[in-house]
Write a protein that binds this ligand. Structure first.
Ligand SMILES: Cc1cc2nc3c(=O)[nH]c(=O)nc-3n(C[C@H](O)[C@H](O)[C@H](O)COP(=O)(O)OP(=O)(O)OC[C@H]3O[C@@H](n4cnc5c(N)ncnc54)[C@H](O)[C@@H]3O)c2cc1C
Length: 437
């Protein structure tokens, strides 16, 4: 059956309407200006306004337009593309443990927020399951579980194919699972809109359709220019992530790399269709490929299927990305290969050269702070790091309060103009490795 007329983000259809915040007009003077109204920027604004600071959030579009309103809704551990072993090598075991504790705190911060705001964000999934895409990947799970348990005191449970199938998780490419208890799934649009409501309640101003075109020093403050207005701020938080402008401010040039992640959503599936595939679990799942797929059965029985790996954004390239996603879905869920998708969309995630986020003061730009580069896992990480960066900006904590893994200012990519091209070459290599391992 052909896919229906695909209409963009499914999440937008699950909320009564999108917020209409005014654009910035005239001149404002504030304690803190925030560039970007996603999880990171709004969380920074909420924290700072709660501490009594005057705050202006500027977003080029409306709240929920960026990745925070378009993601898969996995509120999970993550934020880096470095493995635990890499982190131990780079920072030592103590710091690697600290970073994992930070990730856990991030997940629990989102859980506590939803509870304290009484927000129904369609939460489900008790932890997350990684599914081995090959027998060889499955054979590594036992050692991985032991490593996590002994080095990080983090429990993880291995499920063989029979146990997986008993848990309502089946597919020809799932050779076994590794279940971690941390994390849960949510509707990201409901969460980000609730977060914005809290920001407004706390007294911060949100300005939509207010692209910041330049940030420069003026009389001891920072001047942010937008088409119809200006903000003069003592402190600034950069939270534009995968949508950041290359030179706003100049320091950012060549230091981050936006890549695409795309999502397909099916129409609601019947009991018979779920049984035919053998998938009835509400656990959020991803596979073990480097260019991973992430998927989950939504509470309304639609199936959400996400892929990574798009680099170029031309209509031809995004069309090919969707076709590849559909092909992968058909192969991984053959019983649903004729089920039509009703929605598809994509968005930007943000990579850094050293594959870790940066939450801290921008070198040589006194008063400017950065909270960016969640490497495709920012629901929890951006939310919590937004709070932390506001604490830094307000002088409530020092940089040593954060794990070293998030405290290293972004290095510049070698030959920045070519960074998409060499990532493309790396992706071809990863694709090959995924097929061979
Ligand atoms: C398809 C997809 C699926 C994903 N799935 C998951 C998932 O399941 N779990 C997970 O943890 N993470 C996931 N992510 C990643 C996650 O969504 C992001 O890491 C997170 O939302 C980033 O939040 P943020 O606030 O840093 O940035 P964003 O939400 O992207 O917000 C940045 C904002 O900055 C604004 N902006 C940029 N430049 C300017 C400027 N100069 N002036 C004014 N405004 C500006 C943009 O308009 C944008 O709204 C996914 C991402 C995508 C795209």
């Amino acid at each position: 059956m052909p896919d229906a007329d695909l209409i963009g983000s499914y999440w937008e259809t699950t909320v009564p309407g999108l917020p209409v915040d005014p654009p910035l007009a005239g001149e404002r003077v504030v304690d803190l200006a925030v560039v970007g109204g996603g999880f990171a920027g709004l969380s920074a604004a909420l924290r700072a306004a709660g501490a009594g600071a005057s705050v202006a959030v500027l977003d080029a579009h409306h709240i929920g337009w960026g990745a925070s309103g378009r993601n898969g809704g996995f509120c999970c551990l993550g934020g880096t593309k470095q493995s635990e072993r890499d982190l131990i090598r780079a920072y030592g075991l103590g710091e690697a443990r600290r970073f994992l504790a930070y990730q856990n705190e991030a997940v629990e911060t989102v859980r506590a927020r939803l509870a304290s705001w009484n927000t129904d964000a369609d939460v489900h999934s008790d932890g997350e399951i990684y599914l081995a895409h090959s027998q060889r990947a499955f054979q590594q799970f036992a050692a991985e579980a032991e490593f996590l348990e002994t080095r990080f005191d983090a429990p993880a449970r291995v499920l063989d194919r029979t146990a997986l199938s008993d848990a309502g998780i089946a597919g020809p490419e799932f050779f076994g699972g590794l279940h971690v208890p941390q994390g849960f799934a949510l509707n990201p649009m409901k969460y980000v809109l609730a977060l914005a409501d809290q920001v407004r309640l706390a007294g911060a101003d949100i300005f939509a359709n207010s692209l910041v075109t330049s940030i420069r020093r003026e009389n001891g403050a920072w001047r942010l220019e937008s088409p119809d207005g200006t903000v003069l701020a003592k402190k600034v938080v950069l939270a534009a992530n995968g949508y950041a402008r290359e030179r706003v401010p100049a320091w950012l040039h060549g230091r981050t790399l936006p890549v695409m992640s795309s999502i397909l959503v099916t129409r609601p599936l019947s009991d018979e269709e779920l049984a035919a595939q053998g998938w009835t679990s509400d656990l959020m799942a991803c596979d073990t490929r480097i260019l991973l797929h992430y998927f989950r059965l939504l509470p309304d029985r639609r199936f959400l299927f996400g892929t990574r790996g798009g680099i170029f954004e031309s209509p031809g390239a995004t069309g090919a990305m969707y076709r590849r996603a559909r092909k992968d879905f058909n192969r991984m869920f053959p019983a649903w290969s004729q089920v039509e998708m009703t929605h598809r969309w994509y968005g930007h995630v943000c990579l850094a050269w050293n594959l870790t986020p940066f939450v801290g003061p921008v070198p040589e730009m006194d008063g400017i702070y950065c909270a960016m580069a969640w490497h495709g896992s920012g629901v929890a990480m951006a939310s919590f790091s937004g709070e932390r960066v506001a604490d830094l900006a307000l002088g409530r904590i020092g940089p040593a309060a954060l794990p070293q893994a998030v405290s290293q200012p972004f290095a510049r990519f070698p030959v920045p103009a070519l960074r998409k091209a060499y990532l493309q070459a790396a992706y071809w290599g990863y694709g090959l490795k995924d097929r061979l391992t």
